[in-house]
Design a protein around this ligand. Structure first.
Ligand code: CP
Length: 321
């Protein structure tokens, strides 16, 4: 194999141009799928999917993507394989690499996916860690381009993320500033993007010309938004923080009709899902005309196809046409 081994762990490892090339590929593969003609570019290839946490979208999209591309996916559910217990993560990575062409991993700790990548001899794709969610934001960028207001360039788009500084928020800050977009994080001070993330984003902006605002003034933040995005206010393991978190976010940071009324009429609502209906977002917004959440969720499938083809196809011994 002459192609150098590259992993997809963090969008920061890729230039704006490289990321946009993958976005173009996602678009081509989505169009081909509309005609039922997804090219079998990964015929005979296998994907090992390691999950340390539950998943609906990531699990289903990767498995279906692989099938559509002519390959095969193996679901390794939480607790099913030796990973860091009874066998080192590095040994697991080396063994699985001898049997599959690509590994997708959702790990509790970011260090685990880094360890997998350090020892794997096939590409490793990060399917979410406690730090970031890069496959989600490839899908999100593609979805924003599809739903952008007519005539607006990528650099003119304003994304407002409302709520906790989650792993999705982390990846969105990196991706949007890498692309030269305008990114705002609106949250109570205690839950705002940490300084380390802001420093990376500001370094991106120095190159890309984008903008970053971090504020607790959610009403001002959404005033000129093109996309309003939110995520869960708490996750597995944060159950004992629920009262504090509810008190901090509710009601001001909930995405509801009153808040949407403060945004431009063209502003669209996004959520990576799963959502807690009635908590960070109301049913009326989730199911309303400004919501693009199910288009966004479908695009996970097309994004995974693009990522798999980009990272795996050039490395196949006898690539399909
Ligand atoms: N957005 C997302 O990653 O969803 P799942 O947890 O269902 O994979």
């Amino acid at each position: 194999m002459s192609e150098p081994l590259r992993h997809f762990i963090d969008t920061q490892d890729f230039s704006r141009e490289e990321l946009l090339r993958i976005i173009d590929l996602i678009g081509l593969l989505k169009e081909a799928d509309k005609d039922g003609a997804c090219p079998k570019l990964l015929t005979g290839a296998s994907l090992g999917m390691i999950f340390e946490e539950p998943s609906t979208r990531t699990r289903v999209s990767f498995e279906v993507a692989m099938t559509k591309l002519g390959g095969h996916a193996l679901y390794l559910k939480p607790g099913e394989i030796h990973l860091g217990a009874r066998e080192s993560t590095g040994d697991t990575a080396q063994v699985i690499s001898r049997m599959v062409d690509v590994i997708e991993a959702r790990t509790l700790k970011h260090q685990t996916v880094l360890d997998l990548a350090a020892h794997a001899t096939v590409p490793v794709i990060n399917g979410l860690t406690d730090y970031n969610h890069p496959t989600q934001v490839m899908c999100d960028l593609f979805t924003m381009i599809e739903h952008a207001p007519p005539g607006k360039t990528l650099a003119e788009l304003k994304i407002v993320f409302v709520g906790d500084a989650t792993n999705v928020c982390s990846s969105l800050i990196m991706m949007c500033t890498r692309m030269g977009m305008h990114f705002t994080h609106a949250a109570p001070r205690r839950y705002q993007a940490p300084d380390a993330w802001q420093a990376i984003a500001r370094a991106n902006i120095a190159q890309s010309g984008g903008a970053l605002t971090v504020t607790d003034d959610v009403v001002s933040a959404v005033r000129d938004a093109d996309f309003i995005y939110t995520d869960l206010w708490w996750w597995i393991g944060q159950e004992n923080e629920i009262p504090d978190r509810k008190a901090a976010f509710m009601p001001g940071y909930q995405i509801n009709d009153a808040l949407l009324a403060r945004a431009p009429s063209h502003a669209k609502f996004m959520h990576c899902l799963p959502a807690s209906r009635g908590v960070e977002v109301t049913d009326a917004v989730m199911d309303g005309p400004r919501s693009i959440i199910f288009d966004q969720a479908e695009n996970r499938l097309h994004a995974e196809k693009g990522l798999l083809v980009h990272f795996v196809h050039p490395r196949l011994k006898t690539p399909s046409p």
